[in-house]
Ligand binder design. Structure first.
Ligand code: FES
Length: 121
């Protein structure tokens, strides 16, 4: 079973599990602020579930057209190494970081695989 490391937790999930569902079911605040209320709930249109994923090649599915299309629009930047969690399938072990901003488009981590930045010291 793949392990997802996020915000200080190590969560085991099924191969092919939806990353947004894995994080929310583990009680991890995937959406920043009011985006936890105002989001598209996995349709792939709001872009607020954006995260950075680290792992070996093939650790998640290739970005699908919804993921690429939404991240090509502001405030996201298509060249940034983020993914939409709701469009991401977990295929093997990964580590996840969430950045600030309503859409998670910022540059300051809200949480990292190890936890909140203040907890990393
Ligand atoms: S929850 Fe809206 S794009 Fe992922």
């Amino acid at each position: 079973m793949p392990t997802v490391r996020a915000n200080g937790k190590a969560i085991e999930c099924e191969v092919g599990a939806n990353l947004r569902r894995v994080l929310l079911d583990a009680g991890i605040a995937l959406h920043n602020g009011n985006a936890s209320i105002i989001n598209c709930r996995s349709i792939g249109t709001c872009g607020t579930c954006a995260v950075q994923i680290e792992g070996e090649a093939g650790a998640v599915n290739a970005a699908n057209w919804r993921d690429r299309a939404r991240r090509s629009l502001p405030p996201h930047e298509p060249e940034r190494d983020l993914r939409l969690a709701c469009q991401t399938q977990v295929l093997s072990d990964i580590a996840v970081t969430k950045y600030d901003g309503f859409w998670g488009q910022g540059t300051e981590p809200v949480w990292t695989p190890a936890g909140a930045p203040d907890a990393n010291v």
